[in-house]
Design a binder for this molecule. Structure first.
Ligand SMILES: Nc1nc2c(ncn2[C@@H]2O[C@H](COP(=O)(O)OP(=O)(O)OP(=O)(O)O)[C@@H](O)[C@H]2O)c(=O)[nH]1
Ligand SMILES: [Mg+2]
Length: 371
């Protein structure tokens, strides 16, 4: 840095000197008036003194760093798991909101009566992708043929019926016992359904029926089945270990229908599911029915259907239809599992509160019928 003092008669002159010598970027550090010349302070002339500097190192402007936010590394993966679960819960919550709230446009954009049908299916808690599939199929028919509401409901009912694989609720083969195992989560109504079926087949259809209790886990499970057996006057056997199964089945081989009750399990209890699997392998059933309560949350039903897949069930019993008014879950579960529905139960009364499932009945329920 160069610092220099300039003296001139006036400020303009002084500044001219500064600029011409130090350049236009020179900085004035100080100016003051002085007196110069004369003798002993007499006859001196007033002057201007300017102290200026050049080549001042420019103070670098502070560099603004881009602001970035780094996610703290979470060491505990359970925290991440919790966040994921929270997100999934929010997703589920959003799904359960009415279509008008979330997809206001899509339902409002639909011409009548499709808008009403869209709402109906949404309030039945049918899966969104199934609703879209159904509506997409109906749209051109409504546009081209100008169908009224009743005609559209008939088309819709037919569509739902075609989505349901029809099968005999229980197959019977001559000279062979039909061995049916019922599986499912705790408290869904497995034992009660078995009691209803035992009554239906032994009293109404005059089949030779037997009950087998393979649920030795829950206190009172065997007694529960024995009570029903005594009332219906049909044999009741117990399988304590999977290895008992062949002997018990042989003993009942003259029965046309053997209904096997299993213990209720959590879909997350892999050990118990494995136990039921080994029991099923020993029983060698002719069919396995999964029992689902329609009061179960959709998300949980999918987990249940998935966890029990290895048990090779092919039919679904839906229970507790009297405890809800939204029956979309029945169709959701049928499509998800690719299984046929076998029975619907509609109350606690043994033997009355049971009916054979049919596509028409399920379609009616989904479309707002009562149980
Ligand atoms: N509302 C209603 N209740 C039912 C129905 N079916 C069964 N229940 C009731 O559900 C409860 C449990 O029934 P269970 O048959 O013991 O159920 P489970 O699946 O055998 O139970 P675990 O053996 O403990 O796994 C009982 O109170 C039944 O009366 C139904 O269709 N509607
Ligand atoms: Mg039971």
């Amino acid at each position: 840095m160069r610092i220099k003092t300039y003296v001139a008669d006036n400020i303009q002159e002084a500044l001219y000197k500064v600029k011409s010598e130090l350049g236009k970027d020179a900085i004035i550090l100080q100016t003051r008036q002085i007196k110069k010349g004369g003798i002993l302070g007499f006859f001196s002339k007033p002057k201007v003194e300017v102290i200026a500097a050049s080549d001042i190192a420019q103070t670098p402007k502070p560099q603004l760093k881009p602001i970035t936010y780094e996610m703290p590394v979470r060491e505990n993966s359970r925290e991440l798991e919790d966040i994921k679960n929270d997100i999934n819960e929010v997703k589920d919550l959003l799904k359960s909101l009415s279509a008008r709230e979330i997809y206001g446009k899509s339902s409002e954009d639909l011409p009548p009566p499709l808008d009403e049908i869209y709402e109906k299916l949404t309030s039945a808690e049918l899966e969104r992708k199934l609703i879209d599939e159904i509506i997409d199929e109906l749209k051109p028919q409504v546009a081209e043929k100008g169908l009224d509401k009743n005609a559209v409901i008939t088309c819709l009912k037919n569509k739902i019926m075609t989505m349901i694989k029809v099968a005999e609720p229980i197959n019977f083969t001559e000279n062979q016992s039909s061995k049916v195992v019922f599986i499912g989560p705790t408290g869904v109504g497995k034992t009660t359904t078995i009691a209803k079926l035992a009554a239906m087949y032994s009293l109404n259809l005059e089949k030779k029926v037997a009950l087998v209790a393979a649920d030795t886990y829950r206190v009172g499970a065997i007694e529960q089945l024995k009570t029903y057996g005594d009332l219906l006057e049909i044999p009741v056997e117990v399988i304590f270990e999977p290895a008992d199964a062949p002997r018990v089945m042989k003993k009942l081989s003259d029965c046309e229908l053997i209904l096997v009750d299993t213990m209720g399990t959590s879909p997350r209890n892999k050990m118990q599911i494995k136990k039921i699997k080994s029991l099923i392998e020993m029983v060698e059933p002719t069919e396995v029915h999964m029992v689902i309560s329609v009061t179960t949350k959709a998300k949980d039903v999918y987990e249940i259907l998935d966890s029990y897949k290895e048990l090779n069930y092919k039919k679904l019993v839906f229970t507790k239809l009297d405890e809800t008014k939204s029956y979309g879950l029945i169709l959701n579960a049928i499509i998800f599992s690719n299984c046929s529905p076998s029975y619907l139960t509609i109350g606690q009364n043994v033997p009355d509160d049971i009916e054979v499932a049919s596509g028409a009945r399920i379609a009616d329920l989904v479309l707002g019928g009562s149980s």
